[in-house]
Ligand binder design. Structure first.
Ligand SMILES: [Zn+2]
Length: 312
């Protein structure tokens, strides 16, 4: 919506003077300049038109820009506000664009697993050209020379289809990617990017892109490997809490012989402390070693402590 408009001088700058002809105090600076505006924002001046006019005798004198009062001269910048804004915005978006290109180049030259490339399937993976020519390629692994991708089984006509697939976490579905992989030299990947065969490069942030999951979050690791609840050990814990130490010891010993590292740890502790059984350090050490042999961290720590006081 570009509009031409004329403007009246701001009242602040139009001081009233005495008319040199009729001597009435109705002599004012008027501004009837025309300017180009975008909506209400002035873009460019089209024609300056300043004059002194007496509203009493109608006498008027035109003024050139140079003859304007200095405050009025200073205010001429208002006609360029829109253009200044436009230039500033252009520079802003251009630098944004440059930063984005830089970021993409950085992703290309320092790949990470699950980097997501949007590609033209005909050029990237030599597939027959179809209207649905867009595909997703994800970095599986890489070394100094090559990058290995998995390629989506799905094809898209438009970029929006891919964005939608990401938003709906489709990329983490089992059959989304083909099991066949493509390994390309890094220089070839760079060339494909420059040729536009790779038309976008994205790096998932916290497993997701566009709000959807595009990589598998790692599974939480069990606290101790091979941790299995052993019935006898659980029963022993109940006895122990009830203060039934001999019964607890029997249960822990059963669990230990079944190979439960937690049962072995508990048995060792009871031998060490003489709870529910006669104190027997060598037995304690034996069961600690069994549990530690199964990589039980607690057993390792307690065994180490015990071994400071006793020969192991
Ligand atoms: Zn006058």
């Amino acid at each position: 919506m570009l509009l031409f408009n004329t403007s009246d001088s701001l009242s602040f700058f139009s001081q009233t003077k005495t008319c040199p002809y009729c001597h009435h105090d109705d002599y004012r600076l008027q501004n009837q300049s025309r300017f180009l505006r975008f909506s209400i924002v002035p873009m460019l001046p089209l024609a300056w038109h300043y004059q002194y006019q007496c509203s009493h005798c109608q006498h008027n004198v035109q003024l050139s820009i140079m003859q304007l009062p200095w405050l009025e001269k200073l205010s001429l910048i208002k006609y360029f506000i829109g253009s200044i804004l436009l230039i500033w915005l252009s520079i802003y978006f251009y630098t944004q664009h440059l930063d984005e290109l830089k970021a993409k180049q950085a992703i290309l030259s320092q790949p990470q697993a699950f980097d997501t490339y949007l590609v033209h399937a005909d050029k990237f993976s030599n597939e027959p050209l179809r209207p649905e020519n867009l595909k997703v390629a994800q970095v599986l692994e890489f070394d100094d020379q090559n990058i290995t991708f998995q390629i989506s089984n799905y094809r898209y006509k438009r970029d929006s289809g891919i964005t939608m697939a990401m938003r709906t976490s489709l990329l983490i579905q089992k059959d989304y990617f083909s099991s066949k992989t493509i390994t390309l030299p890094r220089s070839e990947v760079q060339r494909l990017y420059e040729d536009g065969a790779i038309y976008d490069v994205l790096r998932p942030y916290a497993y997701s892109l566009y709000g959807g999951f595009v990589m598998f979050p790692p599974r939480p690791k069990p606290l101790y490997e091979g941790l299995k609840l052993n019935k006898n050990n659980q029963q022993g814990i109940i006895y122990y809490k009830d203060g039934l130490f001999p019964e607890a010891f029997e249960s822990f010993l059963l669990a230990s012989k079944e190979g439960s590292q937690w049962g072995q740890l508990n048995t060792a502790q009871m031998y060490r402390d003489g709870e529910g059984v006669e104190k027997d350090i060598s037995q304690a050490i034996y069961w600690y070693q069994q549990a530690a042999g199964q990589n039980n961290h607690k057993a390792k720590v307690q065994l180490k402590e015990l071994c400071l006081k006793h020969a192991c």
